[in-house]
Structures are given as C-alpha cells and as structure tokens.
Design a protein around this ligand. Structure first.
Ligand code: F6R
Length: 611
C-alpha cells in the first residue's frame, strides 16, 4: 500500500520518479505527489490517479536531479490534494512521503501544536515533516533517526530537506523499502519495479534502519546510528516483465502467463535424492519429522490457496492442518509450539496481517515456512524457510498467476513433507510430480478455450449477483471465483460449499440467478460427484441459471447445465490449477464489460501493509 520512490543521480529526477510511480501505481491510486530539490524544494501533489499529477508536471516541469514521489492509498485523511504526499513542514523546508500508519500521531500532533506548529492536513504523516524540521541541524539522516525513535506503528519514510542538497533519506519499520544501486545514481523504492529500468542491483533494508542516499553512495545505520550489515542482491527479471507487452491490461497478460508461471515454480525443485529444494532453509528434516500439526495462514486469495493446500497436506501427510485468515490468527491465541509448522502464503511478502502472524508464530516457537513471490521481502526474511513462487512481477491488483503458483508451491511442500515423514511411497510422489509437470500444458489448453466464457460474462454483466458453489477443493475455487468478481466487477458474489446451500443460502436462489458450480471429477470420489450433480438439480429446480465447470468427458452434468465450461482432466487434488482459470477470465471480462479498470479496482491496493 502506497508506493514510494526516491532518486539521486545525474538524470532529471522528475522523469525517474514519475516513471517509478507509474510502476508502483498498483500500490495505491487515490492521489500522488512529487518533491524535487533544486536549490529550493518544490512539491506538487494531486488527488486522483497519477494521470492528474502527470498532467500538472508535464505542463509545469520541475527540474533537479534529486527527488522523490508517492502514490497513495489513504489511511488517515480523505484522498484530497491537501492530504496527498509529500507532506511538508511549516517552513516548507522538509518534505516527507510515508507508507504505513504512525499510531501515536495524535499525541505527536498535539505536542507539535503546543510548540507552535500549524498542521495543514488530516494525515498522520505530516507530524514527521514538522518533527524533522525541529530536529534538523544540517544532517538529515541524524534528524530522521531521532524522529524515528519517537514513532510507533509501521512506516516507510522518505524525506528531502531544502538545506541538504543531493541527499535523500529513508527509514523503515514494518513496511518495505529497497535501495537500487546504479552507476553514480541511487534509488529508494517500495518495490524494485520502480527502478528496474535503471538497475537490477538492489539492497534490502532491515527492520528499524535509516538510509542516506547521495550521488556517490549510500549509508545505512540503525535508528541509534550504529552500523548495520545489509544484503545486496540481483533482481532476476527485467523491466519488460513488468510491462503490458501489448495487452490492454496487466491482468489479461498475467492470466495468459499462468502456464509459464506454474512451470517456473516447478522447475528444478527436486534434487537427485528427491528432496524438495527450498530457496532458503533454516530447518532440518528432523524438525519436519517432529511436526505434529500444520497451520496455514494468509489473506484473501492467498488464503484460498491455503484452503486448497489443506486437502493435499492432510491427504498426503496425514498431519492435521488448519487454515486461518492472518488477520484473525494471533488475536485468538492459537495453540502453537515447537512441533507446529506454520505455512504463510503471501505474494508480496509484505502483507502486515501475515507478517504479524509470522512474528506471533515464531514467538511461540513454531517453525515458519513462507511461500512468497517477492525476493528479499520481509515475510521470507523473518521465516525459517522460504519457497519462492516464481510467477514474476504481478502488477494487476487482483491476484491471478500468483494464485496458481501458490497452489503449486503448496503441493510441492506437501509432497516434501510426505517424503520426509514417509507417508507416501516414492513412486506415488513421482506420479504426482509428473502430473504437476503436465499441468502448465493443461492450463494453456484451458486458456485456449475460454472464448465462450468471455461471451457468457458479457451476457451476464447486468446480473445483480452471482453465486459460486464447490465441494472439496472446488469449494476454495468457488470462493476465489466470487472474490475475483467482487473486487473487479463490484458485484455481489458469494462462494459456498454446495452441501451447505440447503442450510440457508439456497433462499437466495431465484429465477434467473446465475450460479457457477465447480464440479469435482467423477474419477475422484464418485460419491462427491454424484452429490454435486444432485445439488445442481436442486438449484435448477428453483430457477437458477446453472453454469457448470466440469472436466472433459463428464457428461452427467450436461442435462442440468445451462452452460458447460470444460476443463482438462487432472487428479482431484490438482484440479484447481485448471478450474480456477475460467473463473478469473469470467470476472475479468464481466468487469471490462461494465467499463471497470481491472488493473486498479476501486478502494483496493496491492501489498496491504497496514493491519
Ligand atoms: C485478491 C488479492 C488479495 C491478496 C491479499 C494477500 O485478488 O490479491 O486478496 O491475495 O491481499 O496479499 P499477499 O499475497 O501479498 O499477502
């Protein structure tokens, strides 16, 4: 949430910063601003999407080779010009951009007002600008350290001072900030995407650190001013991966990239001895053998991936597995100990709810494995082991390709646990791995046949609501289909376990209501398939318009389906890799038919760094 860019070098900062903001706009798009240092300090900010700011700075360019920018997802204060970042001090000498929430801002603001400061916005951020104004005596990094020691909450801050030419200072606690190290130029950003067109050399900043960028280098300290070790890394994708590449929307491109994303996530994962190769492993096999319970903790779409993983983990490892929304996890005081394995799933690796769950789990001595798409992000850094999904950058706010790769990664982890614990034979594991390796081609085949799904979505654009039903792994797929429709098409959509319908939700079914049903394979548990066919008949008898997702060759459903969407055959547990795809396409096309921006749905932002 909120995208931040800082720059010092020999290019015009405005161009670099605006280009960086464009690449970070997925993190928030309700207002944007820039500050450029050039003898003086000039700030421009506008409510609304980045295009509004762009229009202004194109008409009246700001010159200077040191600058910063911000694209906002509002927490404190409405998305107006006044509340947009950068926020400035009374004398206009300091400008600050911020991502996160400063929890003690009300007290700090009252104290500042007592000392004669006039606060001009409703934001929590503005206090930092005034505090820096008070603390600055020529060294902006030192002022930042002093101010950070007074702040509670989560924050990434970047600041410029009129009297500190050629200096950009950043600080981070619980929110992301990365340094980009170019040749005679340095960058700060919430995400490497902001500077990837200039350099692929990045440096992770740790918790409670302050960085000072100058044209000749950078210095990182802790909040007390002590030296710290930082980790440099090379980003393994380039700017083209974060371009639309001819697609009108990132989401369309990312849906199309799913076969490659899943294939990359599988690539080279098993060593010659069959062991799964985790990217970072600070756990040994004895610890995994001692595990007696698994918790999967995640939010939103990643939580749905966790719900699917539960079926595989319990079936393959015989370990009890609970799945929990990260925002609820630590507050209910879950029973965790050294024998508990907590698997956290997060595309961004920065989701605050999930990060807090990681910390809570580790405090209780549980072992934490992260499944994550973002190299160097906080959640993998703080976990005991990491399995990266290699989906590449996902820019569309709605998760698509990362969902399929998250499911893939959980299958790998479940198989590895089964192998280490001896709950499956080697040839059984090999068989599933082979099926998984065939999945990218089947996802591709599914994508090749979705045109009728698009037509159906356009036809249903006027429907007041859509229900989604599933059983077994089809239930989380139904939840995901409903979530996609809610967030993209702003429609009422609910996912239910099909068997639960008769206990209440069936009252929602009325004449013409579209109900999407994810049908389990008849080759799996036959009883499950048969029950689902009965459920379809029940809703049809009550007037529902039935849209049935069924595997190739399943003709039992045909008599009761108003529309059938075919997917290729996969073993029951792996079927979500294909059944999800038409639901993504359905939601995307329906939202486009309603004229919505599918990359930047209203009120949302990617990477939710507040609780
Ligand atoms: C929905 C969506 C969100 C995220 C959730 C978790 O399309 O993208 O529900 O899945 O905010 O985000 P990560 O995976 O970054 O922790």
């Amino acid at each position: 949430m909120c995208g931040i860019v800082g720059y010092v070098g020999d290019q015009e900062a405005l161009g670099v910063v605006m280009d960086g903001l464009r690449r970070l706009e997925y993190r928030g798009y309700d207002s944007a601003g820039v500050a450029i240092l050039d003898g003086g300090l000039t700030v421009e900010r506008r409510a609304g999407k980045l295009a509004n700011l762009d229009k202004e700075v194109t008409a009246h360019p700001l010159t200077g080779t040191t600058g910063m920018g911000h694209t906002r997802w509002a927490t404190h204060g409405a998305p107006t010009d006044r509340n947009a970042h950068p926020q400035t001090s009374c004398d206009g000498a300091v400008a600050v951009v911020h991502n996160g929430i400063i929890e003690n801002f009300a007290r700090l603001a009252a104290d500042l007002e007592d000392r004669g400061h006039e606060l001009a916005s409703d934001t929590d951020t503005e206090v930092v600008a005034h505090l820096l104004e008070e603390q600055f005596t020529g060294d902006l990094a030192e002022a930042m350290r002093t101010v950070c020691r007074q702040l509670d909450g989560a924050f990434t801050l970047v600041a410029l001072h009129r009297d500190a030419p050629g200096v950009v200072v950043g600080a981070r606690r619980n929110s992301p900030l990365v340094v980009g190290a170019g040749d005679g130029e340095y960058f700060l950003a919430s995400d490497v995407a902001a500077f990837i067109a200039h350099t692929r050399d990045a440096v992770e900043l740790g918790q409670d650190q302050v960085v000072e960028l100058r044209r000749d280098g950078y210095t990182v300290t802790d909040f007390a001013g002590g030296p710290v070790d930082v980790k440099a890394y090379h980003v393994d994708w380039d700017a083209s991966a974060a371009e639309k590449s001819g697609y009108p929307y990132f989401m369309l491109k990312e849906i199309a990239e799913q076969p490659v994303a899943v294939a990359s996530t599988l690539l080279g994962r098993f060593a010659d001895n069959g062991n799964l190769m985790l990217d970072e492993l600070r756990l040994d096999e004895d610890e995994l053998r001692a595990v007696d319970k698994v918790f999967i903790v995640a939010c939103g779409t990643a939580y749905h991936a966790g719900l699917i993983a539960k079926y595989a983990i319990e079936h393959w490892t015989r370990l009890p597995c609970e799945v929990e929304m990260a925002s609820e996890f630590r507050y209910r005081d879950p029973v965790l100990d050294r024998a508990t394995l907590v698997v956290v799933i997060s595309q961004s690796g920065e989701t605050m709810d999930t990060l807090m769950a990681v910390r809570h789990a580790r405090e209780q001595a549980a072992r934490v494995v992260a499944i994550c798409n973002t190299n160097g992000s906080t959640i993998p850094r703080e976990s005991d082991a990491v399995l990266y999904t290699r989906a590449g950058p996902e820019v569309g706010v709605a998760a698509t390709k990362t969902f399929l790769t998250q499911i893939t990664a959980t299958y790998l982890l479940a198989l590895y646990l089964a192998q280490v614990r001896g709950t499956m034979y080697g040839d059984e594991i090999t068989d599933i791995v082979e099926q998984l390796q065939g999945a990218p081609a089947l996802i591709q085949a599914t994508l090749a046949t979705v045109e009728p799904v698009r037509a159906l979505a356009r036809e249903l654009a006027g429907a007041p609501a859509v229900l989604f039903l599933g059983r077994h792994v089809g239930y989380p797929v139904a939840l995901e289909g409903a979530l996609k429709l809610k967030e993209l098409a702003y429609m009422h959509a609910e996912g239910f376990p099909a068997g639960e319908l008769k206990h209440g939700p069936i009252a929602l079914v009325e004449d013409g209501l579209p109900v999407v049903v994810v049908v389990p394979s008849p080759r799996g548990r036959n009883v499950l398939h048969g029950k689902m066919v009965s459920n379809i008949q029940e809703i049809r008898a009550r007037g529902a318009r039935t849209i049935v997702i069924a595997e190739d060759g399943d003709n039992d459903v045909t008599p009761y389906a108003d529309s059938v969407i075919r997917v290729p055959q996969l073993p029951t547990l792996l079927a979500p890799l294909v059944t999800t795809v038409p639901l993504q396409v359905f939601a995307c096309e329906l939202a486009l038919a309603k004229g919505h921006d599918v990359d930047q749905p209203r009120n949302l932002a990617k990477s939710v760094t507040v609780e």
